[in-house]
Design a protein around this ligand. Structure first.
Ligand SMILES: Nc1ncnc2c1ncn2[C@@H]1O[C@H](COP(=O)(O)OP(=O)(O)OP(=O)(O)O)[C@@H](O)[C@H]1O
Length: 286
């Protein structure tokens, strides 16, 4: 049984403006995530990645389909049951600047979820120490404020807070997009290490295929609210069959200028007709 199973999920938003029809942000989306594994969710801006993450977290209501966590339906749960589930599913957002309360010390930020779950003071102190160690921050970080840390360090604090209650699934919504390349690599390394020691699963949302290739076991590609292609990361990020994924792949930058020029030429050679969902194309090896 999968840890998380999403089947035929639909999400509509009310139309903007007088008599505007509802906007369908997700259409029959199906994904599954195994315990301890990472599913990378890629797609360009506006394709529906965050909406899917929010629906899984219970922050955006689904209008159709099913979401199951460990075989149990999570849609339509009472508030109390949903709260119980929120210890199992946590989130890390893109922006470590706005997601941490600047008026609270790191210790109080990490204590918050622990106190809400009824952890006693002494146990909370021990847990906070071990969390700081887990995300490789010094113990004295606890008495400092978020503004005293770099972007990468703030993302480590946000990660520690998300891990406080030992979730089974972490929704990572563009967690490294606001960071420079070398900090990105360090945070990705850390996420991989944490997964190896805790067995947490990730839904890793990004627009960047090079990031997704690095961290994911499986990849699902979104386009206009639909999953157009999914499968093992090494297949999807090297020999995708969908034209949309091929374009995404060739648009993702590589460090070697020679390879980059080849990619640019290959991208230009792709059919530039409008994309239809489910259009099979010849595979491209990069
Ligand atoms: N609360 C909302 N009300 C109306 N429309 C919304 C709402 N939230 C998202 N949308 C629309 O749904 C579509 C998908 O948005 P979403 O944020 O899920 O995309 P995304 O792939 O995560 O994009 P990005 O990478 O830029 O964050 C967009 O067209 C967006 O404008």
């Amino acid at each position: 049984m999968s840890l998380l199973s999403v089947r035929d999920l639909d999400v509509h938003f009310a139309g903007r403006g007088f008599r505007a029809p509802p906007f369908q942000a997700l259409q029959k989306v199906s994904i599954s995530i195994e315990s301890g594994k990472t599913l990378g969710l890629v797609g360009e801006s506006g394709s529906g990645k965050t909406t899917l993450g929010r629906a899984i977290l219970g922050l955006t209501p689904a209008t159709g389909g099913a979401i199951e966590f460990e075989g149990r339906s999570v849609l339509g749960l009472s508030r109390r049951k949903r709260r119980a589930l929120s210890t199992d599913i946590q989130v890390v957002f893109q922006d470590p600047y706005s997601s941490l309360n600047p008026a609270m010390t790191v210790e109080s930020i990490l204590a918050e979820p622990l106190q809400a779950a009824g952890t006693g003071r002494r146990d909370a102190v021990i847990r906070i120490r071990s969390l700081l160690d887990e995300v490789q921050l010094p113990v004295d970080a606890g008495s400092r404020y978020p503004s005293e840390f770099s972007g990468g360090q703030r993302q480590r604090i946000a990660l520690a807070r998300a891990l406080a209650l030992s979730p089974r699934l972490l929704v990572c919504d563009e967690p490294v997009s606001a960071l420079d390349m070398s900090t990105q690599a360090k945070i990705l390394e850390l996420l991989i290490e944490i997964q190896a020691t805790t067995g947490v699963a990730y839904l890793f949302i990004t627009h960047d295929l090079s990031v997704v290739r690095y961290i994911s076991h499986d990849v699902a590609v979104m386009y206009r609210g639909e999953i157009v292609e999914s499968g093992p990361a090494d297949v999807i990020t090297t020999t995708p069959t969908e034209l949309y994924t091929q374009r995404l792949l060739l648009a993702s930058p590589v460090a070697d200028p020679g390879r980059q020029a080849l990619r640019r030429a290959a991208w230009k050679a792709l059919p530039q007709r409008p994309l239809g969902v489910g259009v099979p194309e010849t595979a491209i090896t990069t």
